[in-house]
Write a protein that binds this ligand. Structure first.
Ligand code: GLC
Length: 557
């Protein structure tokens, strides 16, 4: 699929998202202006010059809505307000304005599968009796067995344990059960209810009217559920195991696209139309339905994030996803890190096949993490990713080469996975530790005081202050690559120049932009051309192992 993009994105360009670089901000861990240990809106605002200096096109803000933080803000009390600990609506309005003034688009997270148990409608549902209108906004069922004391089905939560929790009725008696595919504090909405559908359309308009440019749609593949009796057995949580026929009772059901067709109409009420990207952990072959122009328009592709540092895996993933993008008419997306996974500088420093959840729990952390190798490969993978047609999603801190913080003490863990698995899995806090901005000082410049998750001593050396202006730093490398990408990027085309086998991947984009990545153990030759940027320097004119370079190669006369 070949589509043009302007060299400079225009504020009103309806295609701005197609090859955008989007930087994910996890607000509670980005920058803390008021000193309560939680990052906030004013903190983000104070870093706009930094964000603009990176050369990104947009920021995606993870939830900043009122929340008890049972799941880091993905338990939303009110979709149309701001957590007072993070700021106010007026401050978010100002932030959106200031980001726009800096030439950056704004994407917000929308969490439609579940609210929090503190949402006004859930409290109403608890207070109203079984069969009431209020209960019908969520998914309540009677339990099994003569006393109703067994959950209505064997469905399990992503975070461990049953996906059903029993409530106490207003009468004080043990009562019905409600469904929560995640934590018990995250009751699932009933998307068969028109009132729920309408309410979400109001939320989309609420943020679109405030100038938000797009939405990241949380767990987009779970909204439509088959609740017909008897409930079908589904004893595993992983949505990756869904069949390809759209008939699983919980995930990736065909009807879900009816919901997004309604959303699309709202997006298209705006000029330029609002964009959306689906977080849908579905097989690659089912992704295009979410990414269709009649639906959300784009879907996350987590294939690289799950791949080993392996040329065959990378080549296949790139080829397949570009073909997929052609099918949906969307551009592909690329992700190496986000707030849900072990940071890629750590993943690549562990042997292929490492079970990260077990590694995080491991006594003595065996196998040992090779941080030099991990960062080297992370930079090489990033440069390769940034050369691909489509949009790239970066996660805060990866531009500093941050590693996972694997050794957070049990007492500080916040991820509901920890308790829900009976303390058998630590969860995702290790990639959510507040960013280091300065070499030292309280919370390494995150805020005037402490940080809500403790930062390790080595964070200072990774801080923005330590890397800014330092030619060899990961931060300078990201800036250089992102600036060049803006210059080089034209059509969404890629041509393989390698033979399709071997340890080196070589592809070209229009205009003579060549990318060569060496996955092997030996130095490899590179084509003649102008060296633009490398994840590491060339050595004697050769491409060292675990290195990617961009070159400008003139066509032969
Ligand atoms: C998504 C989010 C994750 C959250 C979950 C439940 O996967 O990325 O952080 O825990 O949804 O909302």
């Amino acid at each position: 699929m070949s589509r043009g993009v302007g060299r400079q994105m225009h504020q009103t360009d309806p295609n701005w998202w197609r090859q955008a670089v989007v930087y994910q901000i996890y607000p509670r861990s980005f920058a803390d202006a008021d000193g309560d240990g939680l990052g906030d809106i004013r903190g983000i605002r104070s870093k706009i010059a930094y964000l603009a200096s990176l050369g990104i096109d947009a920021v995606w803000l993870s939830p900043f809505y009122p929340s008890a933080l049972a799941d880091g803000g993905y338990d939303v009390d009110d979709y149309r307000d701001v957590d007072p600990r993070l700021g106010s609506l007026a401050e978010v309005d100002e932030l959106i304005r200031a980001l726009h003034d800096a030439g950056l688009k704004v994407i917000v997270d929308i969490v439609p599968n579940h609210s929090s148990n503190r949402h006004r409608w859930f409290r109403e549902a608890l207070a109203a009796g079984p069969g009431s209108t209020a209960r019908n906004r969520y998914i309540f069922r009677d339990g099994l067995g003569p006393d109703g004391n067994r959950p209505p089905s064997d469905w399990v939560s992503h975070f461990g344990g049953s996906a059903w929790t029993r409530i106490t009725e207003p009468s004080g008696e043990p009562g019905q059960w409600y469904l929560h595919l995640f934590a018990r504090e995250q009751p699932d909405w009933n998307w068969d209810n028109p009132e729920v559908r309408e309410d979400f359309l109001s939320t989309l308009r609420f943020w679109s009217d405030r100038g938000v440019d797009g939405f990241r749609v949380d767990v987009a593949h779970a909204l439509a559920k088959d609740m017909s009796e008897p409930l079908r057995s589904r004893p595993t949580a992983a949505s990756g195991t869904t069949p390809l026929d759209g008939k699983d009772p919980l995930y990736d059901r065909d009807e879900v696209h009816g919901i997004y067709a309604e959303w699309r109409k709202v997006f298209n009420e705006y000029d330029p139309p609002r964009t959306a990207v689906a977080e849908a952990w579905v097989p690659a072959a089912r992704r295009h339905a979410y990414a269709s122009p009649e639906g959300l328009g784009q879907a996350f592709n987590f294939d690289l994030l799950r791949a080993d540092w392996d040329p065959d895996q990378f080549r296949t993933i790139i080829t397949d996803n570009l073909a997929q993008a052609g099918t949906s008419g969307a551009s592909s997306t690329w992700v190496l890190s986000n707030h849900d996974v072990v940071r890629h500088a750590t993943r690549y420093g562990l042997p292929p096949g490492t079970d990260y959840a077990r590694w995080l729990m491991g006594e003595g952390r065996e196998p040992a993490e090779d941080q030099v190798l991990g960062l080297r490969r992370a930079r090489a993978a990033t440069l390769l990713m940034l050369a691909l047609p489509g949009s790239a999603y970066l996660y805060q801190g990866e531009e500093l080469g941050l590693f996972e913080v694997p050794d957070l003490p049990a007492a500080v863990l916040q991820d509901p996975i920890w308790e829900r698995t009976g303390r058998r899995r630590k969860g995702r806090d290790g990639c959510r530790v507040p960013l280091p901005w300065t070499v030292d000082g309280p919370s390494f410049g995150f805020g005037p005081d402490g940080a809500h998750l403790p930062q390790p001593d080595w964070f200072g050396a990774c801080s923005v202050e330590a890397q800014d202006g330092n030619e060899g730093s990961t931060l300078s490398f990201y800036r250089r690559a992102l600036a060049l990408r803006r210059e080089l990027q034209t059509y969404e085309e890629l041509r393989w120049c390698d033979g399709g086998t071997g340890q080196v991947l070589h592809f070209a984009r229009p205009g003579g932009w060549h990318t060569v990545a060496n996955f092997g153990a030996r130095p490899a030759p590179v084509p003649d051309g102008e060296f633009l940027v490398g994840s590491a320097p060339l050595h004697d004119g050769l491409l060292p192992p675990d290195t990617t370079v961009w070159l400008r190669v003139r066509p032969r006369a």
